[in-house]
Write a protein of this length. Structure first.
Length: 281
């Protein structure tokens, strides 16, 4: 499963990851995922399970340097000092499982994001600057954003700051966010897709028909659509069998005519099934 994409800063990132929001069995989900081919875990401070991510990585037996771990600072910490303190706390959380991986080898993040553009220009720029300084100090390898539109990223450019390597947004056939995706592609920003499984709403006729045609689960059809569109999907589940099957999306392809059928399901912002705060000021 370990296909990768290259970020604009030169680091590589797995082409699929496990999302762990709203997962009360996060450590076990991480262990199962890593022992079955996943190499990326997408977390956040708002999920309140950074410690459990560390525990799951430790129990998996996979070396820390072979796992790509992400977290995010929430907008309630959007000051320079607030974001700096949040990052340090995230580092402490991830490094707290010394009984599994001694010598604090977990104490860095491969990717750290601002969780949304909520809070206003000055606040999000202050938080972003804090993350860049965290990168300079070695706590973070790469810095990105989540739920940002083009205007929010342009603010970063205009401030003379390093452009994010990733923008993580809600993405699935019903909510394709085409303007943001096109902007990111033009600016060499990798797009990560959260909620790629539409929160389990898989009973759409087109998805069901393709599931039958390709002898794949509906969830696999959606994740594969995301991969073929050049996104990095982050499917989530707490069920081991679903975690495993959601990752089995390489080595086969959806035909162009069938991709077009999935593309035609787009409902724009009306198709969003999460908060999707990309239009905030």
């Amino acid at each position: 499963m370990v296909e990768t994409v290259t970020l604009s800063d030169g680091h590589t990132m797995p082409a699929i990851g496990l999302g762990v929001s709203l997962n009360n069995e996060c450590a076990e989900a991480c262990r199962v995922a890593l022992q079955n081919g996943y190499r990326m875990i997408d977390g956040a401070r708002h999920y309140e399970n950074e410690v459990q991510v560390g525990v799951g990585v430790g129990k998996s037996g996979v070396k820390r340097e072979d796992v790509f771990i992400t977290s995010k600072v929430f907008h309630t910490d959007y000051t320079y000092d607030g974001a700096t303190a949040a990052l340090k706390d995230s580092i402490a959380n991830l490094g707290s499982c010394k009984s599994y991986l001694p010598n604090n080898v977990l104490a860095y993040y491969d990717l750290y994001l601002t969780h949304s553009a909520t809070g206003g220009k000055d606040a999000r720029l202050a938080a972003y600057r804090a993350l860049l300084d965290g990168k300079a100090s070695g706590m973070i390898k790469s810095v990105g954003v989540s739920n940002y539109s083009a205007k929010h990223i342009e603010e970063i450019r205009e401030a003379g700051l390093e452009i994010p390597v990733v923008n993580q947004i809600e993405l699935h056939p019903f909510c394709q966010q085409k303007a943001i995706v096109e902007y990111c592609r033009k600016n060499n920003i990798i797009v990560q897709a959260y909620s790629p499984l539409v929160r389990g709403a898989l009973d759409n006729r087109v998805i069901q028909e393709l599931s039958t045609k390709y002898s794949k689960d509906p969830a696999q059809i959606l994740v594969r659509w995301s991969v073929q569109r050049g996104f990095v999907p982050l499917p989530k589940s707490s069920q081991p069998e679903r975690i495993i099957s959601n990752g089995q999306v390489f080595g086969w392809e959806i035909e162009p005519t069938d991709m077009a059928k999935l593309d035609a399901l787009d409902r724009g912002k009306e198709g969003a099934i999460t908060w999707n705060p990309v239009e905030v000021d």
